[in-house]
Design a protein around this ligand. Structure first.
Ligand SMILES: [Zn+2]
Length: 363
């Protein structure tokens, strides 16, 4: 008993001293929470920023010379600087109480940065094993067909095309965001957007692809299936726009001295390349869907839809299914089915991007 008491008397201060040393010295042991190593710097818990960004599929760029970092993804940007407690969220300053640190070769942020900044600015909870889109595709315009006072078609149950289109477009955007792709939605809510405006958004966004989502209908109610449209051979309007003085999408110096004939040839080349890419993208999406347990695939078709005619980037219009078919209408009313369609479309885009990366020899 006496020995035990002496033992406690002797060792308790040692433990206390060790604990104080540990807290004050700033030395990091590596306790782990949520599978993330924790760093203790002067009593404050820090987390490694690269791991936090990987979890959310965010891009993190660190400039070791300037000691600054940039986090980007899901359409937002956060700037940080080592030794500063001020961060910029989409350009607006925010204080985070404790400084960002570069500690033992690791860029670390105070634990509260995760909940107060990262989770709020980048709210998506992406699956840890989410795929990554090849770097050839960085930005996509996703167009939910119809909206507002234009409901599109409807099913027997009364469900409107504009609702299905918007839901799938938003799911598509979320999956693409998780794969590191910036998404521009031509309409993020139930509002009317003219076709001209949609084309304008697509062309101004300087995106890599344009994906328009629609649902089908036919008087023949037995018709069902998934189909993808590309621009028809005769239907491109921007090819002839050079006569109206529209600038070619090339560096100004390269076409200032061009003869009209050469300019027309260049427009044709760009148009043909864009059309070939659109066809490849449409076929890739159809392949991804036909290899799944999802909808029956009718195939790729060409048509002169306005949104396809006007866009200057590879563009497809997807008819996800027929609301006029009772069974397909029931499927489309199911959120799990709509998610599956969104996932399959992204697989098709990813496969297309991989093929182009191989062709162009890009990493
Ligand atoms: Zn439609």
């Amino acid at each position: 008993m006496e020995f035990k008491q002496n033992f406690r008397k002797l060792f308790f201060p040692c433990y206390l001293l060790l604990a104080i040393c540990y807290l004050l010295s700033g030395c990091a042991t590596a306790p782990v929470k949520d599978n993330i190593a924790l760093y203790n710097i002067n009593g404050v818990t820090y987390l490694p920023l690269d791991v936090l960004c990987q979890r959310k599929k965010l891009e993190l760029r660190y400039d070791a010379f300037a000691k600054t970092a940039l986090i980007s993804g899901q359409g937002h940007k956060v700037n940080l600087m080592v030794g500063q407690d001020l961060v910029l969220v989409d350009g607006y300053p925010r204080h985070i109480k404790h400084n960002v640190e570069f500690y033992q070769g690791v860029l670390v942020v105070p634990e509260k940065f995760r909940g107060e900044i990262l989770d709020k600015v980048f709210p998506l909870a992406c699956p840890i094993n989410a795929a990554v889109m090849p770097p050839t595709i960085r930005k996509i315009v996703v167009d939910a067909g119809h909206g507002g006072y234009d409901p599109g078609t409807h099913g027997r149950s009364g469900i409107q095309e504009k609702e299905i289109n918007l839901d799938i477009a938003k799911r598509l955007a979320r999956v693409l965001n998780c794969e590191g792709v910036e998404v521009v939605l031509t309409r993020p809510s139930d509002n009317f957007v003219s076709l001209e405006r949609r084309v304008q958004i697509a062309n101004r966004a300087k995106a890599d692809l344009f994906i328009s989502i629609h649902s089908n209908a036919n008087r023949v109610r037995s018709l069902n299936g998934f189909e993808v449209y590309c621009i028809s051979d005769s239907g491109n309007s921007w090819r002839s726009k050079n006569s109206k003085g529209e600038a070619l999408p090339v560096a100004p110096s390269s076409y200032q001295q061009m003869s009209p004939a050469l300019e027309t040839t260049l427009w044709d080349m760009i148009y043909n390349y864009q059309k070939a890419q659109s066809v490849d993208l449409a076929e890739s999406i159809c392949r991804a869907v036909s290899g799944s347990s999802g909808p029956k695939v009718i195939g790729t078709k060409s048509a002169g839809f306005y949104v396809l005619k006007g866009t200057q980037i590879p563009a497809v219009l997807i008819e996800v299914g027929f609301l006029s078919n009772t069974q397909e209408e029931q499927h489309l009313k199911n959120s799990g089915y709509r998610q599956e369609i969104a996932d399959l479309i992204v697989s098709g885009i990813r496969n297309y991007a991989n093929e182009y990366r191989l062709m162009e020899g890009k990493k």
